[in-house]
Every structure is written in C-alpha cells, then in structure tokens.
Design a protein around this ligand. Structure first.
Ligand code: FE
Ligand code: FE
Ligand code: ZN
Length: 278
C-alpha cells in the first residue's frame, strides 16, 4: 500500500479533511493543529472526529501527519517565546489524542545565535517535560534545510536531540526531500547512500513519514523553497526513485508543493501511477 496526500485546511474540521483527501485522490493527509502562524486552536468536536474515523477506515487511510505551527520554537532565546511554544506543544499533545496513534511533526527550532549545542539542549529539555508515558502520538522531528540557524540541518543534530530525550519511544523523524537536498544530502545521485547514512546515524526505524517536495534550489543551498514534483532541482526521476524506495514503503508521503487543489490532484494521480504495484 502506498499512502499519499497533501496538507489540508483544518478550518472545517476532521471529516471535511477526510472528504477532501478522498476527493483529491489521496489516502492520507497532513494538517496544521492550529493557525500555522500560531495562536488559539479550534475546539474539537467528538462527533466530527467520529465521522472522520469512519471515512479513514472506509478508505484505508495511512497515519495522519499533523504539523505544529511555524511560530513554535522550543529553543528560542526569549523565555516568553519558549514558554508559549511549550504551551502550544502540550495542548497539541492533548488534541492529538482525539485521533490516537497519529504523528505530530514539528520543526526542532532555530537557535538564533545561541549556538546549536544550546538549542539542542533546550529542545530536548522541553520534550522531556512535555512527552508523557500515556500518549499514543509519535512526535516527529523534521529534517531541516539548514536555513538561518535551524536545528536539524543534518541527521547528527536530530540524533543529538533524541539521545537526550527519555521517552525515545515517542519520537520519530519526518524526512523532507526538499530539506535534505537543500541540507546537502544528494538524493539525486546517491539515494541509497543518503538512506544508509540516515540508518547509520538515526536508524531507519525512526523514519516515520516523508514530506515529498521538489526543491527550487541546488544541493546544499540551505534555502528551503519547495517546488512542484519534477519541476525542481531534484527532478522527476529522482523523486520517483524516492517514492519507490523499499526503505520508505508504507510511510505516509505528504505533498507540500506550491499547488492549488487541481495541482495536488494531478501530483497525487501521477504518484499513484508510479506506485500502483506496491
Ligand atoms: Fe515542516
Ligand atoms: Fe516539510
Ligand atoms: Zn520546507
């Protein structure tokens, strides 16, 4: 089974997202738990979640990949920003339990001048305070492009965070193809080598989800500008090899490409065609 979908708007609730995913041809999706720029989250309706779970079951959906707001920065220099980020994170952990056993992906953070080491410490400290034994959600650290002072610019930085967290069993990694390429991992000429490196540093069992994006920029550019599948520097053939790689089989693939509904439906159809034998 191949799971493919895109980021959907959560404004109309869970069932509406499920219906929209099916309409676009997908069988999984991602959504922001609250306004991507941060702020107050919408009340969750149990009836809406029930309806959604019915749709998900009927269409054999893959694991949902929720996304934390971009304003979240667990290693911000300002105490108030760190406190607000932790509050949003902890609140999101409660909200995620409405759809048990889902993924919650977040950008580890930007250290803005404090240094990567200090940033890594702060992120791990926050995770140690927030993660609970009871939660069924797996929290995913996203591989980052290394723009500015982003933590997670390489696999080793993610490993350093995970090493410091007690409840490691609650952690995974989301592999963003645009980001790893921009970070300098050559998935065009050496996908096997990159995945072997991931396995060596983090362990492939940590790789839970894929953000499936082409990139507007070259290898190691540290830019983080997503492009439509096949229209960027990674290109169609390399993207196809990622989709078909056995190490990534069964993972949810989430499109974060610059598209409207029509473009997403086209990309989903194309990728389903590539992967129909899986
Ligand atoms: Fe992201
Ligand atoms: Fe991403
Ligand atoms: Zn990105």
């Amino acid at each position: 089974m191949f799971y493919i979908g895109n980021h959907l708007s959560a404004s109309k609730g869970y069932a509406a997202m499920g219906e929209q995913a099916v309409k676009l041809g997908g069988n999984v999706f991602a959504f922001f738990t609250r306004n991507p720029r941060g702020g107050k989250a919408k009340e969750i309706s149990k009836a809406d979640v029930e309806n959604f779970l019915g749709i998900a079951h009927e269409h054999s959906f893959g694991t949902l990949v929720a996304h934390a707001p971009y304003t979240m920065n667990l290693c911000a220099e300002k105490d108030s920003v760190r406190a607000f980020s932790r509050e949003m994170f902890a609140d999101d952990m409660k909200r995620m339990e409405y759809t048990p056993h889902s993924y919650y992906n977040f950008h580890p953070g930007s250290h803005v001048g404090q240094g990567a080491e200090a940033g890594i410490e702060r992120i791990a400290e926050a995770l140690n305070d927030i993660l609970t034994e009871e939660q069924t959600t797996t929290v995913l650290l996203e591989t980052m492009a290394g723009k500015g002072s982003e933590i997670g610019r390489n696999f080793e930085e993610l490993k350093e965070i995970i090493d410091r967290v007690e409840r490691k069993e609650k952690l995974g990694v989301c592999f963003d193809t645009c980001h790893v390429w921009d970070a300098g991992y050559d998935i065009v000429n050496d996908l096997d080598g990159v995945l072997a490196k991931f396995d060596h540093v983090l362990g492939l069992e940590r790789l839970c989800a894929v953000h499936f994006n082409d990139s507007m920029n070259g290898l190691g550019s540290h830019k983080d500008r997503h492009q439509k599948i096949g229209q960027g520097a990674i290109g169609m053939e390399a993207m196809k090899r990622v989709a078909l790689h056995p190490a990534l089989a069964g993972k949810p693939f989430i499109l974060e490409t610059p598209n409207e509904d029509e473009g997403y439906a086209k990309e989903i159809a194309m990728i389903k065609e590539w992967t129909k034998e899986l």
